[in-house]
Design a protein around this ligand. Structure first.
Ligand SMILES: NC(=O)c1ccc[n+]([C@@H]2O[C@H](COP(=O)([O-])OP(=O)(O)OC[C@H]3O[C@@H](n4cnc5c(N)ncnc54)[C@H](O)[C@@H]3O)[C@@H](O)[C@H]2O)c1
Length: 436
């Protein structure tokens, strides 16, 4: 039997031993889906705390209830490890490690390289390796493949390699790992076939594509599309502001067009691990090909300016109340990068806090999902304070993240002045509200 047939049989009978490397927002939900589908899954992470929590059956990812995770761990279907020796017994491996950008906006591939070096030590014929980390087109072929292929170990014959973009949207109650269509592209047609067969065992819809490069580019198109449209609407917000037009009303009315328009909303800036970062993978790579990704650079510039625009709004609003920013108390509502989640990575709230601090404001915050802010660059360590206290005591309240369970009528009642960057106070009419 060929390696292909042997692995396909193991996958279809769910006897394949599944490995997931990187147990974060992407890896843990994936591990849970495959364990839930009946596979034996081992997750590997260098973070001892995550592995220990997993092995105790405790979830540390908001979208994965402990009630779902614990029975899988108890049944021996899912376990965590910090070392890579278990790779020797694995049939498949999904790599879900971080892919940050360096300060210079160059991709930092070190996590992928480190994980692959460890996997390669225990790698054996008959394995399927799938990269899920978001990256530039060409990574799987150019960076990963050479770390595994040898003269006697040919991809598509002795082992299989794919890229599959991860589209998980933390906090989205309607779409989670299982029902988000999964795009997968292999280095060879056999790789694509086996990758697609693998995902079909646990996920609802699989979308095979012709190559790893296409699969890599799919993710970048999706996130670039979002980033550019947000950039456009943020610019629209600044233009409307200058002209005294309510941008939110404009968008709502435009969205009544039943075709050819999709509403995007302005805000305090881009946040999260994906939208602000991923498009720069593409612009970095296109530069090598001698062509500039001009939309990306422009949208990055507009979006990156939004925290400054918000701070200017706060400054002007305080000025209208005869107060300078220096010495004023500004209370930030919401520091997570979007509503209903606890993730502060790249959150514009951090920039806003930093800029306000630089201007001499006394800054406090409330966020039901983020009780503590760790010191991060220019932002000092902070603890959330009570919403009521913050809104009552502050000279200005700024809504940065529109979590659903903030008591908005109470906030409007108590606050002296509010800058609303999310239209969270839609329908509230008060002279103390300043909208983006
Ligand atoms: N979070 C999202 O919403 C999201 C959505 C789509 C795609 N992605 C992409 O998925 C990838 C993972 O993102 P994430 O949000 O899950 O990141 P994360 O930081 O939550 O998780 C990554 C995990 O990998 C571990 N890790 C780092 N180096 C390792 C190594 N050498 N070996 C084993 N484990 C290692 C870390 O300890 C961490 O637990 C990124 O490329 C990201 O761009 C993320």
């Amino acid at each position: 039997m060929s390696y292909f047939e042997d692995l396909l049989k193991k996958i279809e009978s769910k006897t394949a031993h599944v490995g997931i490397v990187g147990l974060g927002y992407v890896g843990l939900p994936l591990a849970v889906e495959f364990a839930g589908a009946g596979f034996t899954v081992t997750g590997i992470d260098i973070d001892e705390k995550k592995v220990a929590a997993l092995n105790r059956g405790e979830s540390y990812i908001q979208d994965i209830p402990t009630a779902v995770l614990a029975p899988l761990v108890k049944a021996g279907k899912l376990k965590g490890a910090t070392d890579f020796s278990s790779v020797a017994a694995m049939d498949t491996i999904n790599i879900c490690v971080p892919t940050p950008l360096r300060k210079t906006k160059d991709p930092d591939m070190s996590y992928i390289v480190n994980a692959c070096q460890e996997i390669a030590k225990h790698f054996h014929p008959g394995m399927l390796v799938i990269l899920e980390s978001t990256t530039y087109p060409g990574t799987t072929n150019e960076l990963m493949l050479p770390m595994f292929e040898r003269a006697d170990l040919k991809v598509g014959e002795h082992f299989f390699m794919c890229f599959s973009p991860e589209r998980v949207d933390p906090g989205n109650a309607n779409f989670q790992t299982r029902n988000i269509p999964k795009v997968v592209g292999g280095i060879t047609p056999a790789c694509t076939k086996i990758g697609a067969a693998f995902y079909r065992q646990a996920l609802e819809t699989v979308v095979p594509v012709g190559s790893t490069r296409v699969a890599e580019m799919v993710k970048l198109l999706e996130n670039t599309f979002r980033m550019i449209n947000i950039g456009l609407v943020n610019e629209m917000a600044m233009l409307c502001d200058r002209m005294g037009i309510n941008v939110w009303e404009v968008i709502d009315a435009a969205a009544t067009k039943p075709f050819g328009f999709m509403p995007f909303y302005p805000g305090p800036g881009l946040g999260g691990h994906c939208i602000p970062i991923d498009p720069f993978y593409l612009s970095w790579k296109t530069k090598q090909a001698g062509i500039e990704a001009r939309f990306i650079e422009l949208a990055g510039y507009v979006n990156g300016n939004m925290p400054h625009f918000v701070v200017d709004k706060i400054q002007n609003a305080l000025n209208d109340h005869s107060k300078p920013v220096k010495g004023s108390h500004v209370h930030v509502l919401g520091v997570a990068y979007k509503r209903e989640i606890d993730d502060v990575r790249e959150s514009p709230a951090l920039d806003i806090i930093h800029l306000l601090g630089k201007h001499g404001a006394k800054v406090t915050y409330s966020d039901p999902f983020v009780p503590h802010l760790r010191a991060d660059g220019a932002v000092p360590e902070m603890a959330a304070i009570d919403v009521e206290q913050g809104t009552r005591e502050a000279d200005c309240v700024v809504i940065v993240t529109d979590h659903k369970n903030f008591d908005y009528p109470g906030i409007v009642e108590r606050a002296k002045l509010i800058v609303d960057t999310r239209n969270a106070l839609k329908g509230h009419q008060s002279p103390k509200i300043v909208r983006l």
